[in-house]
Design a protein around this ligand. Structure first.
Ligand SMILES: CC(C)(COP(=O)(O)OP(=O)(O)OC[C@H]1O[C@@H](n2cnc3c(N)ncnc32)[C@H](O)[C@@H]1OP(=O)(O)O)[C@@H](O)C(=O)NCCC(=O)NCCS
Length: 181
């Protein structure tokens, strides 16, 4: 019986993590999507300032079987926010709870750093399991026009609904490409 361990991302994991994302998305979508996400992760890790990026890996038998990143998301209030993107679990390990474990661990870590809000853009059915709820853009604007507005999700760590805020938001450079939105 192997046990999954969660560790903070370190730059020495970069190549293994890029391969994980490329392989997982090649299998779940197609090879070209795998390349797109692999390049995105490479960009995210190399262009984001350390204070604006937090990543975790899930390991099993010294092998990385999952990875998640949160990057700083600037909102037009004094609140501190991060956005979850992306997350991947090795194809052979999917559906065994590691994804939810990594997301929950990451969110707890953000809370411990006094972060106020977390956002993501993805499947509401999956992310609702870890506290995310749909966010209307009249409450918080996304930084780019959304191709799937129903995937715009967020949560406030004070347990209350995310409060409406006026003004634009900003993601890190690696995410600043309309093709991801
Ligand atoms: C999506 C992903 C991160 C989920 O991680 P996981 O470890 O496989 O999922 P878990 O075992 O933690 O959660 C399983 C639960 O989520 C559900 N689930 C898994 N993937 C889902 C998806 N894409 N959409 C909706 N529900 C999903 C399962 O039905 C299961 O539900 P249950 O708890 O009610 O039985 C993982 O499957 C993955 O890497 N997929 C390919 C890449 C991807 O789509 N990443 C997310 C976008 S960045």
């Amino acid at each position: 019986m192997t046990k999954t361990k969660i560790l903070l991302f370190e730059s020495s994991y970069t190549q293994e993590v890029i391969k994980l994302f490329t392989d997982v998305f090649s299998a779940s979508e197609n090879e070209s999507e795998g390349q797109v996400i692999g390049n995105f992760v490479s960009n995210l890790v190399t262009t984001t300032k350390p204070k604006d990026l937090i990543g975790f890996v899930a390991t099993s038998d010294e092998r990385i079987v999952g990875c998640i990143f949160f990057s700083r998301f600037v909102v037009p209030t004094t609140q501190v926010a991060f956005i979850l993107s992306p997350v991947a679990i090795a194809t052979s390990e999917q559906g065994t709870g590691i994804g939810q474990q990594l997301i929950s661990y990451g969110l707890e870590h953000l809370k411990s750093l006094s972060v106020d809000l977390a956002f993501t853009y993805g499947d509401p059915n999956y992310y609702s399991k870890t506290g995310f709820v749909p966010i209307n853009e009249s409450i918080v604007k996304a930084p780019f026009e959304l191709s799937q507005p129903e995937g715009w999700l967020g949560q406030s760590f004070d347990g209350k609904p995310v409060k409406a805020m006026l003004g634009s938001t900003q993601c890190v450079e690696a995410l600043s490409d309309k093709k991801y939105w």
